[in-house]
Ligand binder design. Structure first.
Ligand SMILES: Cc1ncc(C[n+]2csc(CCOP(=O)(O)OP(=O)(O)O)c2C)c(N)n1
Ligand code: SF4
Ligand code: SF4
Length: 642
């Protein structure tokens, strides 16, 4: 049997069939395919993409940036946001082109962000969604959640926030879902007048799959139009918007979900006694758990077990789940983190006659014991153990017993004391943060978001960190109640541009004693070394600080000779990085806000630039001869390198 042809290198070209894509690339592909789809249907639309980078959507901007000519051919404009909420406001603007003299019949928007960006953009998103979308526009949000905060300062789950914003949310189980839900999302958005979201966790957005692509692949049917227009308009009144959302738009979403069977049975008996309701990555994990337990489709049929996959997790359409559940004896809801489906399922089934109403289990069993945890990630092993406990009284095989025995064996093995060698994560060799985040003896520092966050794991007198852009604002509250009279705060240059400059303004307004260190490494390093999203320079920052009434400013650099001190804001001093300790000791004695702009390029970015011949390769290098090295570590201490 010949395997289907997979396109590896022509992933965005006009073609149909199998293409190998990452989750991030599926977002790019669907955006271009939406333009192709509109053109096939005779619509003259344009596309607009904006948002802010952050894992698991850390490389999306680089992917869009790589294909600018293709975007141009399809009238798609890619414009990274200064931050998430301003990007959301810009995407909102695409739905308003009809208020002016538009060049196109409509503009569809894609907004992207990791979980914390949803949180910080609540006001913009709530406004934009209540105002609604244009009939030939539409908005899809790509929402990346990091449920174990592997690459984030906080654990994330965005569904509840999106539900509170009345934004219908798909949960992608794999890369194919991202592509399909994205294209369906724009049609739903146009039909019902709402923004839509495609949520995916890190394991989904950062995975790869050969998926089927075709702009016309998902061709949703449209229910009859709502009784009056659901779309954006000018002028409009906020009370009418709220009523329109609840009376017209959300019912339209339900109708769309029902007619297109966005939630459906995927495995097992068509009418079961035992139902598994699940969505997103948990659906894939559940299938893996069933397979690990040796429960194949024939066994599912025999044991009358049915798997129901929810595509649109909020709002949960009632008729499909009710038809599925009516008459079952038990339903197990398998979902990661806090439950979003389980309360909706219970609510929908609550008024069924008792004889037809199943028990709904999930986070707890019928005795009230905790089953699936509400925090952290789920995995197939955890799900297999709950499935076993749930099913064993009615369906038990040797294969199930063997797998559960094996999982228990693994648990015991993993619980054994392991090697006591702990390797603390550290900055890259040559990283500027290694020097810049040192503080003089007797001082404390607050960390910020970015690569330099790693100081939290080092012995560097750090006391906590806030969210991105809040750097030092916590001191504006705490300082009034402390005996400590000064703090150092680290703030990356990317974060300064995103929102952190406002935190400095807050410190000035609060009149606290604080020294900011703006870590100018000429890149948004942690997310892959992207350039900052607009004009920024060391000289410009000194003038902006002066404009904020800060008069204690120093520039500290690994190569001060490249600056001309007369370009800086008046009063700014210039130093070699060897003087950092001295400057810090001086600044901590000053009252009010002082700022050190520490300039040295990110070492990884510098290596990339050298590789691309954009930076000069050093003429001399130091190489350690490992046959002579005794591993004393002194070179590491002296060079301040790894
Ligand atoms: C609101 C929000 N958006 C995005 C992120 C993802 N993120 C974490 S670190 C970082 C880059 C910070 O860059 P910079 O301040 O220049 O520090 P560097 O990594 O270069 O040291 C980003 C975008 C986040 N944590 N919070
Ligand atoms: S990527 Fe750059 S800023 Fe980040 S740790 Fe490495 S050298 Fe430092
Ligand atoms: S200083 Fe120590 S660790 Fe470094 S090269 Fe010499 S012997 Fe090896």
């Amino acid at each position: 049997m010949s395997s289907p042809k997979i396109a590896f290198d022509r992933r965005y070209e006009e073609n149909t069939g199998k293409v190998y894509l990452s989750g991030n690339q599926a977002l790019v592909r669907m955006t271009v395919d939406q333009a192709r789809r509109d053109r096939k249907q005779g619509l003259r639309t344009a596309g607009f993409v904006s948002g802010y980078r952050g894992s698991p959507l850390g490389h999306l901007d680089q992917e869009f940036g790589r294909i600018e000519p293709l975007l141009e051919q399809h009238d798609i404009r890619f414009q990274p946001g200064v931050n998430e909420d301003l990007a959301a406001t810009a995407v909102w603007g695409t739905q308003q082109i009809g208020f002016f003299n538009p060049k196109f019949e409509g503009a569809y928007g894609l907004w992207y962000s990791k979980g914390p960006g949803i949180d910080r953009s609540g006001d913009a998103l709530r406004h934009a969604n209540l105002w609604g979308t244009a009939p030939k526009g539409g908005v899809v949000m790509a929402v990346g959640d990091d449920p174990m905060s592997r690459s984030s300062s906080i654990q994330q789950q965005s569904e509840h926030t999106l539900a509170s914003l009345c934004i219908p949310t798909f949960n992608a189980a794999n890369v194919q879902d991202i592509y399909d839900f994205g294209l369906i999302g724009w049609q739903l958005s146009r039909y019902a007048g709402v923004w839509t979201a495609v949520k995916g966790v890190s394991d989904i957005y950062e995975s790869w799959l050969a998926i089927d692509v075709d702009p016309m692949r998902t061709f949703p049917s449209l229910p009859p139009a709502p009784i009056s227009s659901v779309h954006t308009r000018w002028p409009d009144r906020s009370v009418d918007q709220d009523e329109r959302m609840l009376q017209l738009r959300l019912p339209a979403v339900h109708a769309f979900a029902q007619i297109n069977r966005l939630n459906r049975v995927t495995h097992g008996a068509t009418k079961g006694r035992f139902g598994i309701v699940t969505a997103g990555k948990s659906w894939s994990d559940t299938l893996e758990a069933l397979s690990d337990l040796g429960i194949d489709d024939a066994q599912l049929m025999a044991a009358v077990i049915t798997v129901f996959k929810v595509g649109l997790v909020w709002p949960l359409e009632a008729s499909l789940i009710e038809a599925f559940a009516r008459g079952m004896s038990e339903i197990l809801v398998v979902e990661e983190c806090r439950s979003i489906l389980e309360p909706q399922v219970k609510d929908i089934l609550f008024n069924l006659p008792e004889s037809q109403r199943p028990h709904v289990l999930g986070k707890r069993n019928s005795d009230g014991e905790t089953w699936l945890p509400s925090h952290g990630e789920l995995n197939p092993a955890m799900i297999a153990q709950v499935l076993y406990r749930w099913l064993a009284p009615v369906h038990r095989t040797d294969a199930m017993d063997i797998w559960i025995g094996y999982l228990e064996h693994v648990r015991v093995e993993l619980a054994r004391p392991r090697s006591n060698v702990i390797r603390t994560p550290h900055f890259c060799s040559g990283c500027p943060h290694n020097s810049s985040t040192k503080t003089p003896a007797g001082s404390k520092q607050l960390a910020g978001i970015g690569c330099h966050w790693l100081v939290n794991l080092m012995d560097r007198d750090v006391v906590s960190y806030p969210h991105m852009g809040g750097e030092g604002a916590n001191w504006a509250g705490a300082a009034h109640f402390l005996k400590d009279d000064h703090i150092f705060v680290n703030l990356g240059d990317g974060t300064w541009y995103h929102s952190g400059s406002m935190a400095i303004r807050q410190a000035v307004a609060a009149g606290v004693n604080i020294t900011y260190k703006i870590l100018y490494n000429d890149a948004v390093a942690m997310t892959g070394g992207q350039p900052i999203d607009g004009p920024i320079s060391v000289v410009q920052i000194t003038h902006e600080l002066r404009g904020e009434a800060i008069d204690t400013i120093a520039v500290v650099s690994s190569a001060p000779e490249k600056f001309n001190i007369s370009d800086f804001a008046p009063g700014t001093t210039l130093h070699h990085r060897d003087e950092l300790d001295l400057v810090q000791r001086r600044f901590r004695e000053k009252s009010g806000v002082s700022v050190i702009v520490y300039e040295q390029t990110c070492a990884t970015e510098l290596r990339r630039r050298r590789g691309k011949k954009l930076a000069v390769d050093p003429a001399r290098r130091v190489i350690i001869n490992d046959r002579v090295c005794e591993g004393c570590g002194d070179c590491s201490v002296q060079s301040n390198c790894l």
